[in-house]
Design a binder for this molecule. Structure first.
Ligand SMILES: Cc1cc2nc3c(=O)[nH]c(=O)nc-3n(C[C@H](O)[C@H](O)[C@H](O)COP(=O)(O)OP(=O)(O)OC[C@H]3O[C@@H](n4cnc5c(N)ncnc54)[C@H](O)[C@@H]3O)c2cc1C
Ligand SMILES: C[S@@+](CC[C@H](N)C(=O)[O-])C[C@H]1O[C@@H](n2cnc3c(N)ncnc32)[C@H](O)[C@@H]1O
Length: 544
């Protein structure tokens, strides 16, 4: 279901309630809504307004209103009804966002006000996109019976009927898509594969990336086995990690936009799943406008995510036909794939716990962060960076930042004098004074060459390079075939210094692609995440 003008969420609440009443347990609902006014849900704050919605739909409305709402443009994703209903809410001008999506809806609510009031949402371009995003024989309906609406829908490719309206409305319009739609506007080398709808999934790696993936697939009904020789969950790090909202600004790089989408996804997934986390306001020393830090312990997150009846964890097991590599670093199994070109490099680092003289109740960020404990009397300070180095206890191919190879105590190799001094420098910068370091934790990050993770289906390197060898002559040089991917080989690798932030987004995107459901990010961000981007840059002779 898709909707133009989510507004107060009233149609959405009715839809969710109807789905709950009528759907069978194996059915899933996906709603994509477009709305440009972030304050619309506030309408329900007035208790008098809440009485206007029938009691049968009230529970669905309350569930919607409990979700964290973003106040800036972008995509939000919520899961309702124990994961059976998914909401993708796009905040911003629909005319600008529609070209950036490529799902196929079964039905649309066109709920803009009359064309005389909201000209933009009934424009030829917008209705053209509605048609592009509707399955053959899919429907659109609207309370408007205006002639301009009917002619606009007809021109876009719908068979249109004026029918009796509801309640005081004499007429409304219903329309049926005449022919098959071509939803995608993505470049062929980044075109996702057809939906695989896997019933059994193997996930390699039980760190944050693997655990989020396991949950995303289990929620969609797949039987998931997570394989990790370290059985990471019980040994994952207890050190709180932070993910920060992105700075506000008129210009935002693709990485900032990926991180922005990721932060909102992380916050809503932690909320929806009841995973233990804290939201702390951020004070910044250098005036950057980060606002909120989401702080959580990987061990608790991983344990919570893997606790699902469809997920089992093993140290070894036969692989299902659908495998997600969530091993942080690339493995030998991916040697001949496009992943080899974006192979993550190690970057060792450490964090330490300090005792504070003056209690601290917000997070501090300025090229490093201080995260206070609940009582504010201690803070975790991090993190140091050693690009190109794996910390001594783990080979780069098998190291884990949250996994089994991280190390505790002040006396480990990363806690030598120079390392303690490096942490002292961060402490001084953030807190303005030296503090005693009580304990330290070290780990190795796996950072891709462009510091953005590799997420998605995996292509064979030779095959990809052959198909697009002539790309350096330009995108218009010839007709290009769609990208071919290896059967059942997927990855979520190279989350570097931001795995707390980016691993939920990776999981959600992989599951969206695998099941062909609307994606949790706008299409324009796909080329920044898919693993073949490095192979393409090599063919174009660009920097990795
Ligand atoms: C000092 C430090 C501070 C950090 N602070 C932050 C922070 O504040 N915020 C933030 O967002 N991020 C932070 N990070 C980064 C974050 O910890 C990582 O990005 C994140 O943990 C990566 O998760 P992952 O699941 O991809 O990898 P990992 O946690 O490394 O998990 C990979 C797992 O794969 C397993 N594995 C490896 N090979 C195989 C195989 N062949 N088969 C099966 N399993 C295999 C390993 O045993 C491991 O358990 C920090 C990292 C460090 C080191
Ligand atoms: C009739 S109301 C929708 C009511 C809604 N379906 C509900 O259940 O409450 C129309 C909505 O369209 C939104 N809107 C208007 N122009 C828009 C645009 N260009 N992009 C996205 N939304 C827009 C308005 O903010 C308003 O919330």
């Amino acid at each position: 279901m898709a909707e133009l003008g989510t507004g107060t969420g009233c149609s959405l609440a009715c839809l969710v309630a109807a789905f709950e009443r009528h759907a069978t347990p194996d059915q899933r609902l996906h709603y994509v809504g477009f709305e440009n006014d972030p304050t619309m849900l506030d309408w329900w704050r007035d208790p008098a307004n809440r009485t206007l919605i029938p009691p049968s739909e009230r529970a669905a409305l309350e569930a919607i209103l409990a979700r964290p709402l973003r106040s800036t443009q972008g995509v939000s994703r919520w899961r309702l009804l124990d994961g059976r209903a998914t909401v993708t809410l796009v905040l911003g001008d629909a005319a600008g966002w529609l070209p950036n999506f490529s799902f196929l809806a079964d039905a649309w609510f066109l709920d803009a006000y009359e064309p005389a009031v909201e000209t933009l949402l009934w424009s030829r371009e917008v209705l053209g996109h509605v048609a592009r995003l509707t399955r053959a024989a899919g429907t659109a309906s609207t309370f408007s019976a205006a002639g301009a609406v009917r002619t606009g829908l007809d021109a876009a490719g719908f068979d249109v009927q004026r029918v009796a309206g509801f309640d005081t409305k004499r007429h409304m319009t219903v329309a049926t898509r005449r022919s098959g739609a071509a939803a995608s506007r993505i470049q062929p080398w980044f075109t996702p594969p057809p939906a695989a709808n896997p019933e059994r999934v193997t996930i390699l790696g039980a760190g944050l990336a693997g655990a989020w993936c396991a949950r995303a697939f289990a929620e969609r009904g797949a039987q998931v086995t997570v394989i990790d020789p370290q059985r990471s969950a019980p040994r994952a790090s207890d050190v709180p990690l932070a993910a920060a909202t992105q700075p506000d600004g008129s210009w935002q790089s693709e990485q900032v936009r990926v991180h922005d989408a990721a932060w909102h996804l992380l916050a809503s997934r932690c909320h929806d799943l009841g995973l233990p986390h804290r939201l702390l306001p951020i004070a910044t020393a250098s005036g950057t406008s980060y606002r909120i830090a989401l702080v959580a312990r990987p061990r608790e997150l991983i344990a919570g995510l893997l606790a699902h009846p469809l997920v089992s964890v093993a140290t070894d097991a036969p692989h299902a036909p659908f495998v997600v590599h969530a091993t942080a670093f690339s493995s030998t199994a991916l040697e001949r794939t496009v992943c080899a070109r974006g192979r993550p490099e190690p970057n060792a680092g450490s964090m330490c716990r300090v005792t504070l003289e003056t209690p601290l109740h917000n997070a501090l960020m300025d090229h490093g962060h201080a995260l206070p404990t609940d009582d504010g009397r201690h803070a975790w300070i991090g993190a140091t960076n050693h690009p190109g180095q794996a910390h001594a206890h783990g080979a780069a191919t098998h190291a884990g930042a949250t996994g089994g190879t991280s190390t505790w105590s002040i006396a480990n190799p990363m806690s030598d004098v120079s390392e303690v001094r490096a942490r002292d420098a961060i402490i001084e910068r953030l807190l303005g004074a030296a503090c005693p370091q009580v304990e330290a934790w070290t780990g190795t990050r796996a950072a891709s060459p462009d510091h953005v993770p590799m997420i998605g289906p995996v292509a064979d390197d030779a095959d990809f390079s052959h198909a697009y060898a002539a790309i350096r002559h330009g995108p218009l040089a010839r007709q290009w075939p769609d990208c071919r991917y290896l059967d059942g080989v997927w990855c979520s690798l190279g989350h570097g210094s931001h795995g707390m932030l980016t691993t939920p987004l990776a999981a959600e995107l992989i599951a969206d692609l695998a099941f062909g459901t609307p994606r949790c990010i706008a299409d324009e961000l796909l080329p920044f995440l898919l693993p073949q981007r490095f192979a393409l840059r090599a063919l174009r002779r660009e920097r990795p």
